[in-house]
Design a protein around this ligand. Structure first.
Ligand SMILES: Cc1cc2nc3c(=O)[nH]c(=O)nc-3n(C[C@H](O)[C@H](O)[C@H](O)COP(=O)(O)OP(=O)(O)OC[C@H]3O[C@@H](n4cnc5c(N)ncnc54)[C@H](O)[C@@H]3O)c2cc1C
Length: 813
């Protein structure tokens, strides 16, 4: 075994081997994979080997498509058979709601280049002869489904990597990992030590144990999973003989089942409701090529449905039931990327669909390590989407929920209950008493809307029970004044003598003068967005509690801290702190917002003294606060930042003062309706690391002319000169009883040319609005756009100027 390597990959399952292959293929050949046993000794060897392109997140779906296309290539590169059978498959719907969901999947496939087609139950039965068409209301055909040999694929990655110069050390168990003072990692094994610049944790079933070696508690949990294999079936033999083809894959969502041919019989697996975690606290090191005891009672309810939906199963025997563990993150997507605070330590774990996702994970991670960027939008897999709130108990609750809902529909207005409430702010019970319906963002409870007694969300793809109540909240804001809780923003304080110089280099905007705020896009070296913030200059960066204040997307707090910290000067001249729950927020907005504020503070908040984009410390009643004159509602409004111990007092003071003006509470759904009619985008929807500021319409906040060579400047200048490829546009949609939510295709002249990033109903303007990206060549066309929604295309028109307050009179007045 070598004593030094650029990268040590820990784990020889399908994921570790894919990472090794991709690193070697992209030119890093001084890499070694350490496996404590034979390759495939974790979850990989007993997998069912199924692969699918579809995923709830379109960007993960793209990587799944890449993975599936890669298998043939690694077979050729390595000379190792992968056993790929690209049979195609059918996705089955037994209910109308499921069919609506499937139509959304077909629609997404159009711009992802995934060939999906809606077919009738009878057509499905012609493709998959074992199903009873009477049990279904519709289906979708996917030509890219299939299965493979899990061990073959893993060995093919490893062999291809070795051919490129990478090394694989089997029977080499990593026992400890220690960071040296010079930043290199000592990887200590039972066979000696390797010193490496980078370490990748691809430990699969043992990813938690490997994480603990560096003090990291990863939010992953293994679950038991069962599939059965039948005896040979005459129906299968007859079909094979008649068509010369295998029986294709089927996913029966309502039965919570997946099926495929396995030799002369069938394989049927299920994500059962009565699921069971495996080794909840730690994974035994002596667990090897073992299977778990099958528990047929647990899967019996699913099998019953399966036998009804696929009657031929009633006449066959079960040859074997496989029960094996594999790991999940709380939301079921992988955990990939660099770990904040541990430079050179990377994770590629929690991969629950290794044969659909392993290639994409390897590609993204190797790009990230070599180029400094994953090269794709992988937010849905980024390890930084979790914070310290994703504890072991939280993970346990969430993984169980996710497993039991693997094939369930999640409606756009459906909030999942497990692991909640966890983080709450001091006004939580006050808002609950007013009917707050809660959602969650980065672990924190967030008020979505306020329901009268006896009313709650009715889950639906269409406008639902909240519609009129959200409309009332919007009306309150636009006609008098509304109050909302905004603690879910991420808040950062930047101090130190180097703060201004550092921010000027990190952010693309011009820095504001003391007492002023600005919108602050943050770019990567490639000129694309990596953040958008509001930045306030509170003056005197050296004194405690002042300096610079940044507010940004709450869900990206860890993501942005990882970026900030990686860019901090080493001399300690700049300090940045994520304030998290140390600072809570309230916002008041609407034409009477100033009247409310003026009543509760001695500060002069007249337009002249405290204009749009001003920021200052002021007391609200008795509570010391930081107030910024800005509002995401696009109205006259203020953001009030207050320490948690004063939040109740500030809230009660504002509500009491607002009574004479008819103040009312509004939640994030109303806020969405309000920002949409202002054409305001938001992080992780409109603003993502694959778009340039010109494409995203944030170029007006980029100080292209500032002297400082800010990160991404050259690339941003090039984008401005060359014009980029896409444009973000707001559309008014002729929708009927449902509104877009995001990821719907945008058609132009009968062809899919773009995709929706978000949307909804703008209650004040009484208009259905969508925001999305289209190629720049057609971005200003007056006519020809349509947006597909629940299987139908609706006319859409570009809305270049905001529907509300286009002349900014209200906001600046
Ligand atoms: C019953 C069942 C059916 C499945 N069906 C499918 C399917 O149809 N399609 C699909 O895509 N997925 C399926 N899966 C899931 C699939 O198996 C996983 O997604 C995949 O195997 C994860 O691979 P991995 O490399 O991340 O982890 P693992 O396979 O667990 O590999 C981790 C490796 O790391 C090694 N390791 C850990 N710690 C150390 C250490 N300290 N030192 C050295 N080596 C170490 C382990 O020995 C192991 O070999 C199924 C899983 C099960 C259990």
């Amino acid at each position: 075994m070598k004593s030094h390597a650029k990268v040590v990959v820990i784990g020889g399952g399908v994921v570790g081997c894919s990472v090794l292959f991709h690193l070697a293929r992209h030119g890093w050949t001084d890499v070694v994979l350490l496996e404590r046993d034979e390759l495939t000794s974790g979850s990989t060897w007993h997998a069912a080997g199924g692969m699918h392109t579809i995923n709830g997140d379109p960007n993960v779906a793209k990587l799944q498509k890449y993975t599936i296309s890669l298998h043939k290539e690694i077979e050729e590169l390595s000379g190792q058979a992968t056993g790929v059978h690209l049979t195609g498959g059918v996705l089955l719907a037994a209910t109308e709601a499921r069919l609506d969901w499937l139509r959304g999947v077909v629609a997404k496939g159009r711009y992802l280049g995934i060939d999906l087609e809606e077919i009738s139950p009878n057509e499905a039965a012609e493709l998959m002869p074992l199903l009873d068409p009477k049990q279904f209301v519709g289906a979708v055909r996917n030509k890219e489904d299939g299965h493979l040999d899990p061990s073959g694929v893993t060995h093919a990655y490893a062999k291809a990597a070795r051919k490129l110069g990478a090394e694989v050390e089997r029977f080499t168990k990593v026992e400890d990992i220690v960071r040296r003072a010079d930043g290199l990692w000592r990887v200590i094994t039972n066979k000696g030590e390797v010193v490496a610049e980078h370490v990748v944790n691809a430990g699969g079933l043992w990813a938690r144990e490997v994480g603990r070696m560096v003090g990291l508690e990863l939010p992953v949990l293994a679950m038991e999973h069962m599939y059965l294999i039948t005896e040979d079936m005459p129906e299968v033999a007859a079909w094979n003989q008649k068509t010369g083809t295998e029986i294709i894959h089927a996913v029966d969502f309502d039965g919570e089942l997946y099926l495929r041919q396995e030799r002369g019989g069938m394989l049927m697996g299920t994500y059962e409701k009565a699921n069971k975690p495996w080794s909840e606290f730690s994974t035994p090191w002596n667990f090897g090529h073992e299977l778990l005891e099958p528990d047929i009672d647990r899967i019996a309810p699913s099998l019953e449905v399966g036998f009804r939906h696929f009657p031929a199963f009633q006449n066959t025997g079960i040859k074997q039931i496989i029960n094996g563990p594999f790991t999940f993150a709380p939301d079921g997507n992988p955990l990939v990327g660099p770990v904040r605070g541990l430079p050179g330590f990377w994770v590629a774990c929690g991969v629950m669909a290794g044969f659909s996702q392993g290639g994409g994970v390897g590609l993204a991670l190797s790009n990230w390590m070599i180029e400094g960027d994953p090269g794709a939008d992988i937010w849905a897999m980024d390890v930084s989407r979790y914070g310290d709130w994703a504890t072991m108990a939280y993970t346990n609750a969430k993984v169980r929920e996710n497993y039991s809902r693997r094939f369930s529909i999640r409606f756009p207005n459906e909030e999942l209950p497990a692991g909640r409430p966890l983080k709450t702010t001091p006004v939580y019970d006050l808002l609950s008493a007013k009917g707050a319906q809660w959602g969650v963002a980065f672990g924190l409870e967030v008020p979505l809307w306020y329901a009268p007694e006896g009313v709650k969300d009715e889950f639906s793809w269409r406008r639902s029970s909240d519609f009129e109540h959200v409309a009332n909240e919007v009306r309150t804001v636009r006609t008098s004044v509304g109050l909302s809780e905004i603690s879910n923003f991420a808040k950062y304080r930047v101090t130190g003598e180097g703060a201004a110089v550092w921010l000027d280099r990190l952010l693309a905007c011009k820095l504001p003068r003391p007492g002023r705020m600005t919108l602050a896009p943050m770019l990567k070296e490639d000129g694309r967005l990596i953040g958008d913030f509001s930045l306030a200059n509170l003056g005197n960066p050296n004194s405690n509690g002042e300096g610079w204040f940044l507010a940004g997307s709450g869900i990206a707090e860890q993501y942005h801290m990882r970026w900030f910290e990686a860019h901090l000067p080493r001399d300690g001249s700049v300090r940045i702190e994520a304030l998290g729950a140390k600072l809570t927020g309230l916002s008041i907005a609407g034409p009477r917002a100033r009247d409310v504020l003026a009543k509760v503070t001695r500060a002069d908040v007249s337009n002249a003294a405290f204009p749009f984009m001003a920021a200052a410390k002021m007391d609200i009643g008795m509570a010391p606060c930081l107030v910024g004159r800005v509002s995401y509602t696009g109205d006259l409004g203020y953001e009030v930042w207050v320490a948690p111990e004063y939040q109740r007092s500030a809230y009660q003071t504002l509500m009491a003062a607002g009574e004479e003006f008819g103040i009312g509470l509004f939640g994030s759904r109303a806020l969405n309706a309000l920002r949409l009619e202002k054409n305001y985008g938001s992080w992780a929807r409109e603003y993502r690391p694959i778009y340039g500021p010109l494409e995203a319409g944030l170029d007006r906040f980029v100080a292209y002319g500032k002297e400082t060579d800010f990160v991404g400047k050259q690339a941003a200048l090039a984008e401005r000169q060359q014009g980029g490829k896409l444009r973000l546009r707001a559309f008014v949609v002729d929708a009927a009883d449902a509104d877009v939510i995001g990821d719907e295709p945008i058609w132009f002249d009968g062809v899919v040319r773009g995709w929706v990033t978000s949307g909804g109903y703008a209650h004040h303007s009484k208009t259905s609005v969508a925001m999305g990206y289209v190629p720049k060549e057609i971005a200003d066309e007056a006519d020809g756009f349509e947006i597909e929604l629940l299987g139908k295309r609706y006319r859409a028109r570009v809305q270049p100027s905001p529907l509300f307050d286009a002349n900014l009179k209200r906001m600046r007045g």
